[in-house]
Design a protein around this ligand. Structure first.
Ligand code: SAM
Length: 230
């Protein structure tokens, strides 16, 4: 786990500790590596405006511009834990957004491939990830509903936007033994769904209700001119 490098003094160490102690551990997050990553990642830097930094470690999502959000810390921890990363994995993330989830994955896996459809968000995430020394992340601006076939297979795939159904290519691009986590449902509520690909087929697990912005693209929702997300 390479450490994050911060250019300025980190005034949020206590806030992260409180976040872990009050939001993550009481709700059942157990994986020590996930907890370490959540304690280390400077979430405030990924929040779009400095005026919101004081809320960066609170128990809710925050806006990051372009009608998109940085997910609630607990959801980031839950999705990450369910990928069961040990450190050597090649991971695909769909929906870079702020880059915060990407930073957490970069600490826990060998290499992270992340796709974002909104170029301004991708550029900002790239800048912040570089500034904190996340060097094992590749970001591309594209329709993530197609996956990243040139780099498949992946040991884990994480989709941080909600799909009406699971794009088939995600299962195809998953290695045998790999895990996929994705919110599936309508635009107002979804089920956080985990897929494990085995040599005999897939195992599907329901991890509970959630609400994400929409996965927009060929195998997701159609783009809506009034609303980029959900
Ligand atoms: N994980 C992010 C974070 O930590 O900030 C939060 C992501 S936000 C909830 C969902 C993101 O998915 C948005 O940035 C949105 O633009 C992106 N998105 C939606 N549809 C997409 C697609 N087809 N391909 C790539 N990104 C997509």
């Amino acid at each position: 786990m390479p450490p994050f490098k911060l250019r300025e003094k980190d005034n949020y160490v206590r806030s992260r500790q409180r976040m872990v102690e009050t939001q993550l551990i009481p709700r059942g997050i157990k994986d020590k590596r996930v907890i370490e990553a959540m304690l280390a990642a400077p979430r405030h830097l990924f929040v779009s405006e400095e005026a919101l930094w004081s809320q960066a470690y609170s128990d809710f999502p925050l806006p990051i511009g372009e009608k998109q959000t940085i997910s609630q810390p607990y959801i980031v921890a839950l999705m990450t834990e369910s990928l069961e990363l040990k450190g050597m994995e090649k991971v695909l993330e769909i929906g870079t957004g702020s880059g915060y989830q990407t930073a957490i994955l970069s600490m826990l896996a060998e290499k992270v491939y992340s796709i974002e459809r909104i170029s301004t968000l991708a550029a900002r995430a790239r800048r912040i990830l570089d500034s904190v020394n996340c060097s094992n992340v590749v970001i591309k601006i594209a329709d993530g509903t197609l996956g990243w076939p040139e780099e498949a297979p992946f040991d884990a795939i994480l989709t941080t936007a909600a799909a009406p159904e699971i794009p088939k290519c995600y299962i195809e691009q998953l290695a045998v033994g790999g895990r996929l986590v994705i919110p599936v449902g309508d635009e107002y509520s979804q089920i956080l769904t985990k897929i494990i690909k085995t040599k005999d087929g897939i195992i599907r697990q329901d991890m509970g209700g959630c609400r994400f912005v929409k996965l927009i693209g060929r195998y997701g929702w159609k783009a809506d001119f009034n609303n980029n997300g959900g």
